[in-house]
Structure formats: structure tokens, C-alpha cells
Design a protein around this ligand. Structure first.
Ligand code: ZN
Length: 84
């Protein structure tokens, strides 16, 4: 399955947050690797967007956009450090 980099999340996340989260640094729950959201591997052919860790391939983030809202699942991320 092919993927694109985390910059593909910029537009969809910008719709939800006032800051650009692709510059945020997150830590993977599964392997502890820390890196920018822009470095995640984003699979766009799933329902919504699925972002996987470049270190261990576990799911870090899921984003599904519906007609009246969005669902953001960050359970694969220990924390996000957001530059402000
Ligand atoms: Zn990982």
C-alpha cells in the first residue's frame, strides 16, 4: 500500500486547529520514537486519513471527516508538542 508524508494532514487538521500541526512533534505510543507530524506516513485510501509511525508502522493518528464533523483519534500518540 502506498502512502504520502504527513504534510497531507496539513489541510484537514487546519480545518480543526488554529495552528499548523504538521510542525508539532509527537511521540509514538508503540515504540517511543519522537518526530514531526509531517514525517508520519499517511495512507489516504482508508476511510479518512491514517497516519503511521515511520519507525514501527503503528497507527499514530486517524482523521475522518464527515459532512457535519470530524473524528480525530490520537490514541497512538503519547503527546504532541505544538509550537506556538
Ligand atoms: Zn512507532
Amino acid at each position: 500500500m502506498t502512502y504520502v508524508d504527513g504534510n497531507a494532514l496539513a489541510g484537514p487538521l487546519r480545518e480543526i486547529f488554529a495552528v499548523d500541526l504538521t510542525a508539532a512533534s509527537g511521540q509514538c505510543v508503540a515504540c517511543g520514537q519522537t518526530g514531526p507530524v509531517a514525517a508520519l506516513r499517511v495512507y489516504t485510501s482508508a476511510p479518512g486519513l491514517v497516519a503511521r509511525c515511520p519507525g514501527c508502522d503503528e497507527v499514530v493518528l486517524r482523521l475522518v471527516r464527515g459532512p457535519s464533523g470530524a473524528w480525530l483519534d490520537l490514541r497512538g500518540c503519547v503527546s504532541l508538542q505544538i509550537p506556538l
